[in-house]
Write a protein that binds this ligand. Structure first.
Ligand SMILES: [Zn+2]
Length: 312
């Protein structure tokens, strides 16, 4: 559980990381969240009464208009929990609840908007253990009909491809998440491919994407191909996404994005190769996350600030 005190300009004044209580029933977690809000305020040297509103990003399926957590990935007994109302009653503050990836996308949007005042449409794709994503359209988080919009990680990029935990086959997540890259690395090594990564595995150390990037930087062809393949599938998803909703910016985050230019350059090149050649058509700016691990709570705070500004 990460908490941050953020000012209206999106500057983080204080932050902290807390363990989720072992008893993760909704009532206990809400009590803990209320304490955490007080602790962060105290650490920043302000009174809790100075906090205008609370924004929450939850890794799960959220009904954002009502702030109800329909299901939560890490908290198994959370089904149809009215988190917004519970936290509002506990804190006396206006509360907004959204999916954590949506909150992070809004955080990246808020910071990018300060640099590009014309920005209206952005997607954040977070390449970690899985692939999380959020889409901001017309300067608002886009939720879609059932609250599941923006799940770029489950865009199908390979017909009859790897089975995904979501039930589909060939999802992007199965080709460019850290889990997918390590799966492919391990499989290739098992077939006897020569690679610096085989030496790493030989020492008994588990392979991480960090090892893959380091090996690629040292000229390892297998590692280089793993990154190249991940970037290729990511490019397909990015182009498809832009052809549907004409984004101005795509932000890549998460551990796999630490590959930096090795990942960005192929995606940019794919847009150059697949250009429409229509006069006035804009291709998106492809960039790396500016907020990193802070995007979730800075974005949740920005959502809360926007809620107050809109008089909700
Ligand atoms: Zn999937």
């Amino acid at each position: 559980m990460k908490a941050g005190l953020v000012d209206p300009a999106g500057r983080m004044l204080e932050s902290a990381v807390y363990d989720t209580p072992a008893d993760s029933t909704p009532g206990t977690v809400v009590t803990h969240m209320t304490e955490v809000i007080g602790e962060v305020a105290r650490a920043a040297g302000i009174g809790v009464e100075m906090i205008d509103a609370v924004g929450v990003g939850v890794p799960g399926l959220i009904d954002s208009p009502t702030g109800v957590v329909r299901a939560c990935v890490n908290l198994k007994d959370w089904h149809h929990v009215p988190l917004r109302d519970m936290l509002r009653d506990a804190t006396g503050k206006p509360v907004i609840v959204d999916n954590d990836a949506n909150a992070a996308a809004f955080g990246e949007f808020t910071v990018a908007l300060q640099q590009s005042p014309e920005l209206e449409h952005l997607a954040l794709i977070t390449l970690g253990t899985g692939v999380g994503a959020g889409v901001v359209l017309n300067r608002l988080v886009f939720h879609g009909g059932g609250g599941l919009a923006g799940e770029v990680g489950h865009m199908v990029v390979v017909p009859d491809g790897h089975l995904c935990a979501c039930g589909q086959r060939g999802c992007l997540e199965q080709y460019c998440s850290a889990t997918a890259i390590i799966r492919d690395a391990t499989e290739l090594i098992a077939t006897g491919k020569r690679s610096l990564l085989a030496q790493t595995l030989g020492t008994g150390e588990a392979i991480t994407t960090r090892h893959v990037f380091a090996a690629a930087a040292n000229g390892d062809r297998m590692a280089d191909k793993l990154i190249h393949d991940a970037a290729r599938y990511l490019s397909i998803a990015c182009i498809n996404l832009c052809r549907v909703i004409d984004l101005q910016m795509i932000v890549l985050g998460g551990g796999v994005a630490n590959a930096g230019e090795a990942l960005l350059a192929p995606v940019r090149r794919a847009f150059e190769d697949q250009t429409w050649g229509i006069e006035g058509a804009c291709e998106p700016t492809i960039g790396l996350s500016q907020l990193g691990n802070d995007a979730g709570y800075i974005g949740a705070a920005a959502l809360a600030h926007a809620m107050l500004s809109h008089g909700a």
